[in-house]
Design a protein around this ligand. Structure first.
Ligand code: ATP
Length: 438
């Protein structure tokens, strides 16, 4: 289902109502464009990151995972070029005092805030990095930065990883974690926030193989979103124009999703060449290259980087999954999330709260939770409980009824088709595994 622009509100409401995403510091009136991930959202966000690690690290023998520090000294950002170049063009409207990114304006000269014409100031370069001080003495601490991307962690650890992992190009270093950017115009829910999570791979290759691997990663990354349930027609690959390229890139393509407000980037696949390793080598004095014993040649690898956003991607998965349909004259809201992304895989529902059903239902719940994240719900009518699970995307419900005590069987109900099947309890784990696909 393609969502209309107004449907963004439905997702935001559902996220709030069901505990996916809350406005941050809400009891104090909220903190602009910051969000907290609630009980279901934190599970789902973890699932997005796990799905990425599974594809990008676990299922490959040519990548490794690291987890680098968020706080970093200025030297890193001096060398990477971020101190000088990681800027957005900032304009102020002199009438309404709102600020905008010049490259996000439509070029008509009309302020989207107040409708004034010709009210913008000249664009100024605004550095997006958050700066703070480390150390206990006010005013005398050392300046440090919150990383604006995870990528530099891979470059500064290149030699460490090369030595300890026994990998050689082509090989990649992956990382998942928080990044921070002082965005001029955060917004569109969790699409653009100042604190967000990234999932990045720096893939080091012999220079001549750069274009081949760029092609490879463009195709592989688009497919990842399709495999996790986003319809292909809601996705596209868009090549950057020359004037859009980052300071380090010779070619970038974005995986874009058709958000309710239009196409938006989920991930950038960039050819970073040998820029970063050479910069860090020059600034640190350390050798950051690779000696190929088969050819007796020393070279600085080229880098192809697929860089995705975990929180932004989660928004796209939620929007793509959202569906409403008529069932028996009532509207059913269902999140058709891929089972890997769903917060709960199974809900165990004893038909009634009566004491004699509880031990069996609890036992089934314990068996399933050993392998999967599950919900247990014994309140309200069973139909209401099915709808609640549909709305949070739980792929399967297991209902324990009074017959279960006699026939040692339960009913499995499928979220998408709403069909039900009676399954022997001793077969349950196998059937659930087959239905979920893992
Ligand atoms: P944009 O053009 O939207 O500002 P970008 O091209 O600067 O993004 P990259 O530097 O390529 O983004 O970062 C890689 C990914 O990190 C993006 O594709 C996006 O998914 C995510 N990301 C970047 N900035 C933010 C943000 N402020 N909030 C949430 N996710 C972000």
């Amino acid at each position: 289902m393609v969502m209309a622009a107004t449907d963004l509100d439905q997702i935001v409401n559902l996220c709030k109502r069901r505990g996916f995403v809350f406005p941050s510091a809400e009891i104090y009136g909220g903190f602009r464009s910051s969000y907290d991930f609630g009980p279901l959202g934190s599970l789902m966000l973890r699932n997005v990151k796990d799905a990425w690690i599974r594809t990008m690290v676990q299922q490959r023998d040519d990548t490794v995972l690291i987890d680098a520090a968020i706080l970093s000294p200025p030297q890193v950002w001096e060398a990477s070029g971020h101190l000088a170049n990681f800027t957005d063009p900032l304009v102020d409207c002199t009438k309404c005092k709102q600020r905008f990114r010049e490259d996000h304006l439509d070029g008509s000269g009309v302020c989207p805030g107040c409708g004034a014409t010709g009210s913008f100031t000249e664009a100024r370069s605004f550095n997006l990095m958050f700066k703070t001080t480390a150390g206990p003495i006010d005013g005398a601490g050392a300046t440090v930065y919150l990383r604006p991307e995870t990528a530099q962690g891979m470059f500064v650890n290149f030699a460490n990883v090369l030595q300890t992992s026994r990998k050689k190009p082509p090989f990649g270093i992956a990382q998942v974690g928080k990044s921070f950017r002082n965005e001029i115009t955060p917004g569109n829910f969790i699409f653009r926030t100042r604190e967000f999570e990234q999932m990045e791979l720096e893939f080091f290759v012999p220079p001549a193989d750069g274009p081949k691997w760029y092609q490879y990663w463009c195709e592989a990354r688009l497919q990842w979103y399709i495999d996790l349930g986003i319809p292909a027609e809601m996705l596209r690959m868009r090549d950057h124009d020359a004037d859009e390229l980052s300071h380090y890139s010779t070619g970038t393509a974005d995986v874009e999703y058709l958000f309710p407000w239009g196409w938006g980037e989920l991930e950038g696949v960039a050819q970073r060449t040998d820029y970063d390793l050479k910069q860090h080598s020059a600034h640190s004095g350390e050798r950051l290259d690779f000696f190929d014993q088969t050819t007796n040649e020393r070279y600085v690898p080229y880098v192809v980087e697929p860089a995705a956003g975990a929180t932004r991607t989660m928004a796209a998965f939620l929007m793509a999954a959202y569906d409403e349909e008529e069932v028996n004259g009532e509207t059913r809201t269902v999140l058709r999330l891929h089972p890997r992304l769903a917060p709960y895989k199974v809900a165990v529902l004893p038909l009634s709260k009566k004491d004699n059903l509880t031990p069996l239902a609890r036992q089934i719940y314990a068996t399933l939770t050993d392998r999967y994240s599950c919900d247990y719900d014994e309140t309200q009518a069973i139909g209401r409980r099915y709808r609640r699970q549909d709305e949070i995307g739980t792929p399967l419900c297991v209902t324990v009824d009074f017959d279960s005590l006699e026939d040692n069987a339960v009913t499995i109900r499928d979220r998408d088709s709403m069909t039900q099947e009676r399954v022997a309890i001793h077969d349950l784990l196998g059937v659930v595994g087959a239905r979920l696909g893992f």
